[in-house]
Design a protein around this ligand. Structure first.
Ligand code: MF3
Ligand code: CO
Length: 282
């Protein structure tokens, strides 16, 4: 294949896990801080403090001139919203928080969408559809498979959840010694196509799902991507390493043994690459 995909050693993946844990802990703090009245700049300040306290650095700040530590995308904003002191969250909003951290030169990148106060059933369903699609994609990040298996799993999962749009202009990506690397990881595609997945690869899988059409618009700030029709959007992301024992979700907290995949109540995901339970089931 034409795409050159970075292969990490197990030791390098272990450092990526450290970066992933910094991201996971930061996102946990931020999700817990979300409430009506807080500004997205407040969330950014919390993230900066958390990442610094961990001895890590932000993957985002300064990336092509990006001015903040996290991206905060509210309601019809899909991704890459810039935190602002002018943007107070309100009851019923949804906010997507995207965070990346570097440890020892290795990156972790993850995102989640949370409701502010009480959200509508329609918006709760949107969040659920997007998160479930992420985990269906993660389940296909297996050695021997192909990249298209992940893309196809994400797409079919969203379609099975209801009538939603899936963003096509923005994709997931390879990740490791840089945040954005080959290969692009689209959220739609055909199973059995694309590069072969091998141990040592790491991918950021990140479905972006909206209630309306999949068309997007880039705002004049050069960063914020919004839905063309104003419908609200969700974004969930994990950094996943492909190991001989199955996908290792590097940005999942996995403290204790409780699986955090809502679509995987049986807990088929290995908590570490050395887990003895083998690759995820069908
Ligand atoms: N984390 C985003 C992604 O998922 C990228 C953020 S862009 C930045 O790919 F400019 F904010 F860094
Ligand atoms: Co990403």
């Amino acid at each position: 294949m034409g795409v050159d995909i970075e292969i990490k050693t197990p030791e390098q993946i272990a450092v990526m896990r450290e970066a992933g844990l910094v991201v996971a802990r930061t996102l946990r703090v931020l999700a817990a801080a979300v409430r009506p009245g807080i500004t997205t700049a407040d969330l950014d300040a919390l993230a900066e403090a958390e990442i610094r306290a961990a001895g890590a650095t932000s993957s985002f700040k300064g990336y092509h001139g990006y001015p903040a530590t996290i991206c905060t995308s509210v309601n019809e904003e899909i991704v890459h919203g810039i935190p602002s002191r002018q943007r107070s969250l309100r009851d019923g909003d949804i906010v997507s928080i995207d965070c990346g951290a570097i440890v020892g030169g290795w990156h972790g990148d993850a995102a989640l969408t949370v409701g502010v106060g009480a959200i509508s059933a329609e918006h709760a369903g949107l969040l659920q559809a997007c998160e479930t699609a992420l985990w269906r994609g993660v389940a296909h990040a297996r050695a021997g498979g192909r990249l298209g298996d992940i893309s196809h799993a994400v797409e079919t999962s969203v379609d099975a959840s209801g009538r939603y749009g899936v963003v096509e202009e923005y994709t997931g990506h390879g990740i490791g010694s840089a945040m954005h690397m080959d290969p692009p990881v689209p959220n739609y595609g055909r199973a059995g196509r694309g590069p072969r997945l091998r141990p040592g690869m790491a991918l950021a899988i990140e479905p972006m799902v909206m209630l309306g059409s999949s068309e997007t618009v880039l705002l004049d700030d050069g960063w914020t991507v919004v839905t063309a029709d104003g419908s609200w959007a969700a974004h969930f992301e994990h950094t996943v390493a492909i190991t001989p024992d199955g996908p290792w979700v590097l940005t999942q907290l996995a403290e204790g043994t409780t699986p955090q995949d809502p679509s995987d109540p049986g807990g088929t995901f290995p908590q570490t690459p050395l887990g003895s339970q083998g690759p995820p089931g069908p």
